[in-house]
Design a protein around this ligand. Structure first.
Ligand SMILES: C[S@@+](CC[C@H](N)C(=O)[O-])C[C@H]1O[C@@H](n2cnc3c(N)ncnc32)[C@H](O)[C@@H]1O
Length: 253
């Protein structure tokens, strides 16, 4: 993955991100619902984007100090100034060890190297602290993958790590009480160009890199659209997201 390209893509997407981030908001709610009763004093939202989770976390734990980090400055500008904001890579956090009781990260890990990101999470978590991470699993955008399969020699859709990879990264980082849940969410779109535009608006165009019709060839493009159209039902064209919800705890000693 080209990290600079990912960062630039999210940076550019920031002003319009919220208009197309319904899935991301839904996933934040699901992740929050997986958390047990906690009383964190210090929370980190790693890969905060435009800051949707900051409101959720602040409402659930009004007395907590919530710090937000993202490597795209444009995202931080939209997130506002109600919380401390830090422009940082979640694989190399600029925080001292053991400063947070809750490490939260929603839909950012699929852009990272999970072992490095979880190792950093474990480092900044205080003993007894909780990790809550959502990511995307291999079944994500399976319809798009199938439509592009074999069309040429290029990969057009990113592959997503299996949930076991995240669980293993937690174990490697020394975290315990590891819990993994999976949810399949299905969004509907009017047509394939609308689906691809939606991915671009949230900055996720690095997920799918279909070449422009001219580059791919008009015939190939028509074949891709026809394959995807074969999946249409009364609600539109389906796009499946396999959401992975992971929780873990850092031992007290
Ligand atoms: C799909 S958005 C999710 C944003 C937010 N958590 C939400 O739920 O709406 C992914 C975010 O992760 C950030 N991100 C991806 N990789 C990152 C990294 N290595 N370090 C910091 N931020 C990263 C992107 O800039 C983007 O804002």
């Amino acid at each position: 993955m080209n990290r600079q390209a990912i960062r630039r893509s999210f940076d550019r997407a920031a002003p319009r991100y919220d208009t197309a981030a319904a899935l991301q908001r839904q996933v934040c709610e699901l992740l929050l619902a997986t958390l047990p009763d906690l009383a964190p004093a210090n929370i980190l939202d790693a890969g905060c984007g435009t800051g949707h989770a900051l409101g959720l976390l602040g409402r659930r734990w009004p007395a907590a100090r919530v710090v937000a980090a993202d490597f795209a400055p444009g995202m931080l500008r939209v997130a506002g100034r109600r919380h401390p904001l830090v422009c940082a890579d979640i694989e190399a956090l600029p925080f001292a060890a053991a400063g947070f009781d809750l490490y939260w990260s929603s839909l950012a890990f699929q852009w990272c190297e999970p072992v490095r990101a979880v190792a950093e999470a474990a480092r900044v978590l205080a003993p007894g602290g909780t990790l809550a991470v959502s990511s995307l699993g291999p079944g994500t955008l399976a319809e798009l993958n199938a439509a592009f399969a074999g069309i040429d020699e290029h990969d057009h859709v990113l592959s997503f790590a299996a949930p076991a990879t995240l669980a293993q990264a937690c174990a490697t980082a020394g975290l315990g009480d590891i819990g993994i849940e999976q949810r399949r969410l299905c969004l509907r779109h009017a047509d394939l160009p609308t689906l691809l535009r939606g991915l671009k608006v949230i900055g996720a165009n690095q997920i799918s890199r279909p070449r422009r019709p001219g580059l791919l060839g008009r015939q190939a493009w028509r074949a891709i659209e026809a394959r995807y159209e074969a999946r249409r039902d009364d609600a539109g064209l389906p796009a499946t997201y396999e959401v992975v919800l992971c929780t873990a705890r850092k031992a007290i000693s």
